[in-house]
Design a protein around this ligand. Structure first.
Ligand SMILES: Cc1ncc(COP(=O)(O)O)c(C=O)c1O
Length: 446
């Protein structure tokens, strides 16, 4: 059975074009596999075969070269292999006392991430379960820092962000019971638009604002806000400046677009998801702080059973001090191994390839009379319209391509003067996607 599992893993890792599975109804899956959880167990072999032959076919491989929907992923083989090693090693990733050797590796990878941001000496971070957890961890830190001022103790906090910000910002604001005020744009949030929003607020509301969240690569369109201008406003008003670069953060490695992120080095905290554009397997996000001590004040947990991890005899860097989780997987380990294996130049190349593919898609779209770009490609996102198509046409196109195992490409929306228009969207991550893949998908819109 062990050999079966290893053989499967090796075949899957080396398969460049895995079958594009599709979901089935739960009742259908149940009737295909029957009872799997029973008092005596069905046996590893049978369970594994059911997974391999039935269930995995009802999933979509995120690294398929024609999976261009949402934010896909393309973990390197080295990273996936090391994910197996991470599991097999059974390491607790919360404290140095238990995880020192593994946390050391994570921190080496983190140093590279921090260097990409250009943040000053002392800035550091930890790996999280994803962008949502990273955003939440930074928002808690920002709110706790704001509440160090006694005048703010009983006030409900307020965050300003833009319509283009990711849904997790609004969702995590609910978790910390903060209000969210939106700058009305899903295009670039400028310093002027932010200032205008602030000018429109009454004094009481403005006193409740503790953070501004800018986006370093919007999920829908790959747009990077005016980070430099927004940083200046935050500095002047003493507001926490968070940059959500969960998707776009990988592009910090790409010389061709690095200038778009000018000002990110002034952030108080940054989210970057290695499981998006830095080729790590799920799940791996990261949060980086200008002053990690503030995160420690906000997140460090107390308990008599935890005292030993703070004792000088056992103490080192405890990742649990800097984000919302205590027990955690060493989810930065696969990134470390992959970076160590390939070198950072290979990462630069792979990210640049995603940007190149977006520009190539832009050219191909512009050359077809039925298609039209909504805006120039940005980072690795392309928004475009099929002239004459309704919302239903886009949906049918998505379902047909998916059903036929050809591609997963989903529609999105873009704001117009009249409301929201349904549009087609590509997001490129996988450097193995080819020009032909793009052409094949565009041909399905004829
Ligand atoms: C800009 C941005 N922030 C946050 C997130 C949430 O990240 P996760 O799904 O890893 O929690 C996403 C996900 O697409 C994103 O694009």
């Amino acid at each position: 059975m062990t050999l079966d599992v290893m053989k499967y893993a090796i075949n899957r890792i080396t398969n460049e074009s895995p079958e594009l599975g599709a979901p089935r109804k739960e009742e259908e899956l149940k009737s295909m596999v029957g009872e799997t959880i029973t008092p005596l167990g069905i046996g590893g072999e049978k369970a594994f075969h059911l997974f391999r032959d039935v269930l995995v076919k009802a999933t979509v491989p995120i690294d398929h070269p024609r999976h261009l929907a949402f934010v896909p992923a393309a973990p390197t083989r080295a990273a996936v292999m090391f994910d197996l090693v991470t599991s097999a090693s059974s390491i607790h990733g919360a404290y140095w006392m238990e995880g020192a050797g593994g946390i050391f590796c994570e921190n080496e990878a983190m140093k590279w991430l921090v260097s990409l941001t250009g943040m000053p000496k002392g800035a550091f971070g930890v790996f999280t379960s994803g962008g949502t957890a990273a955003n939440l961890s930074s928002m808690v830190t920002a709110r706790e820092y704001w509440r160090e001022n006694e005048l703010n103790l009983n006030k409900k906090g307020c965050i300003i962000t833009s319509v283009g910000a990711h849904s997790s910002i609004k969702a995590m604001a609910k978790v910390i019971d903060a209000d969210v005020l939106l700058v009305e744009t899903d295009d670039l949030m400028t310093a002027e638009a932010l200032q205008e929003k602030m000018n429109s607020l009454d004094k009481n509301t403005m006193e409740r604002v503790f953070a501004v969240v800018a986006t370093g690569g919007t999920t829908n369109a790959g747009i990077v806000d005016d980070l430099e201008g927004i940083a200046a406003i935050c500095k002047e008003l003493n507001l926490w400046f968070h940059v959500d670069a969960a998707y776009g953060g990988g592009a910090l490695a790409a010389d061709s677009v690095r200038h778009l992120f000018k000002g990110i080095e002034k952030a108080d905290s940054i989210t970057i998801d290695p499981h998006k554009w830095l080729f790590s397997p799920y799940d791996c996000g990261a949060v980086i702080y200008r002053n990690p001590e503030l995160a420690k004040t906000a997140h460090s947990q107390e308990g008599s059973y935890l005292d030993i991890i703070k004792d000088p005899g056992a103490h080192g860097f405890n990742p649990s001090d800097y984000q919302i989780q205590l027990t955690r997987r060493l989810r930065g380990l696969p990134l470390w191994y992959s970076l160590a294996t390939h070198g950072t130049n290979k990462y630069k190349w792979a990210v640049e390839r995603g940007i190149e593919l977006a520009n190539l898609a832009g050219e191909l779209i512009s050359s077809r009379p039925d298609l039209e770009l909504i805006r120039p490609p940005s980072l690795s996102c392309v928004l475009f319209r099929r002239k004459g198509w309704s919302e239903d046409d886009y949906k049918n196109w998505t379902y047909t391509n998916h059903r036929e195992g050809l591609a997963l490409v989903t529609p999105s929306k873009w704001k117009t003067k009249k409301g929201f228009e349904t549009v087609a969207r590509f997001c490129f991550i996988n450097p193995d996607t080819t020009e032909d893949d793009i052409k094949i998908i565009l041909d399905t819109m004829n």
